[in-house]
Ligand binder design. Sequence first.
Ligand code: AMP
Ligand code: ZN
Length: 138
Amino acid sequence: MENCIFCQIVSGTIPSSKVYEDDKVMAFLDITQTTNGHTLVIPKKHVRNVLEMDQETAQDLFVQLPKIARAVQKATGAAGMNIINNNEEVAGQTVFHAHIHLVPRFDSNDGISINYTTHEPDFQALGTLSEKIAKEVE
Ligand code: AMP
Ligand code: ZN
């Protein structure tokens, strides 16, 4: 896709700090380096995000994640890692070519804080909602 920044990285039109590449997948350092070693893993095929991803592209992409994540961990000495994926603007997606963030974690003061609002469990609502979702799985 012509005006997609990640397609331009795949084609080599714009530079990147590449850490991994095969026929289907590429991984490179995120320019913002949220923490040291912050890496993006992308399918070479232009797909908007996971919500629009076909199974084959998902297989190609996700099968490579563990080994790339381990390489980032080894190279940076990270104690752990957040693996994050944003889908659509409301969820924080700013580049509309699917990508998985590997964010190495070093300690609780490394600048990252991920907070989820939690609710008291409502088991009846959980049951109703899980049935509704299950019906939608194709
Ligand atoms: P998201 O907000 O999940 O869409 O993440 C997009 C990410 O792409 C951000 O963390 C940006 O820092 C990163 N980014 C944007 N342009 C580039 C680029 N040319 N090379 C590497 N990372 C980039
Ligand atoms: Zn693209």
